[in-house]
Design a protein around this ligand. Sequence first.
Ligand code: AMP
Ligand code: MG
Length: 462
Amino acid sequence: MFAFDNSYARLPARFYTRMAPTKVAAPELIALNAPLATELGLNVDALRAAADVFAGNQVPDGAEPLAQLYAGHQFGGWSPQLGDGRAILLGEHVAGDRRVDVQLKGSGPTPYSRRGDGRAALGPVIREYIVSEAMHALGVPTTRALAVASTGETVLRETGPLPGGVLTRIAASHIRVGTFQVFAARDDADALQHLLDHAIARHAPDAEGPMGLLRHVMQAQARLIAQWMGFGFVHGVMNTDNMTISGETIDYGPCAFLEAYHPDTVFSSIDQHGRYAWKNQPDIGLWNLAQLATALLPLMGERTEAVAEATEVLEGFRDLYATAWTEVMTAKIGVPDMQLAMELLAIMAEGQGDFTNTFRALTIAPETARDQVLNRDRFDDWLLRWKAANPDHAAMTRANPAIIPRNHRVEEAIDAAYTGDFAPFHALNAVLDDPWQETEANAPYRSPATAQERVLRTFCGT
Ligand code: AMP
Ligand code: MG
């Protein structure tokens, strides 16, 4: 079924715990991502008949299932041991020159579960499927969703019992900043060296040593976060265990897209101080990268010199980010003038205009963007100067989607799934697959939530 070659399982035994997923009562396949399967050279028909594999009841040939160890800073506080508490890495599927992790999420308890049950409710699994695939369609590096299985079991959450689900996640790897941190915290330089070599081979073959990897991850994360910002994406839980070395977005928990633009927007119910607000994401990115640098220090030679050099390298992040952000925003307004772009954001922040629809209006029928802002005089003045700058319409069309996964639509798909109706989930996935044009099919998905529909708070729900 998969062409496994499991390089992570060849790393030292203290990197993971070998174990199979826990079997569930009644596996059923809810969704299979056929285009992704095809892209990975997999047999779609065989996968369609493999609910047992996607629910964790059958370990496919060649898999060497394991739960990965990692640590991390959660909301700034150090957690010395996290790890896959509800996930099992089946192995690495190799297709041509591409190597991807195949991971089951929601597949039962592991030694890293702490107080959790190792399970996932169907809702968060569906959310991750929808949003990660939408991010991919938008061109944002991300882990992918290959399949959703229901378990026929219920999991107990704050709101009561919910149907359980398992997500099959595909990722360039699941190596996190927190994977380096756990070995640094244990003074295990030998493990760090193994992990460094492994990460460089997989993600940055041209990088030299720890400083080379650090630079590589900085560049990837600067680009990634700039893209998030440009689509109004709020990750919601940018802990160091949720930041990849590959530069892919990972762990779609309480994430959400801005509707009304305000830079301070926070959705996550557990983010009480707004640490992971939309506007803070670049700074948090740098903070996390500083933790990566700290973890790599033992491999960087003489300590004083290493600290000085790492600090200097980290200071480069602001420029890397500024370059990436400028690229994103100047494409969004079609004019290579960052001041003009920032002025538009300031005008938008004054009103309750919709982030996605303001930029899309500007792309398709510029005058109508006026309806999205409060200070119309200021906008009219801006629009005159913008027009005079001869905006590049084609660039704008590629940078400003017609649709994003609006939070109330994601909730609607989840609510229906809980009643056994997966039609809204499939319909939403179908329209999000082509976010770049207005179509009849996506018209209902382009409107912001009404006051009643608005989702103010999001939950990890795991
Ligand atoms: P997250 O904030 O979702 O990235 O998860 C942080 C940590 O909590 C990871 O180590 C997860 O494996 C663990 N975790 C989250 N939910 C559960 C659960 N239901 N059972 C066991 N561990 C969990
Ligand atoms: Mg996580």
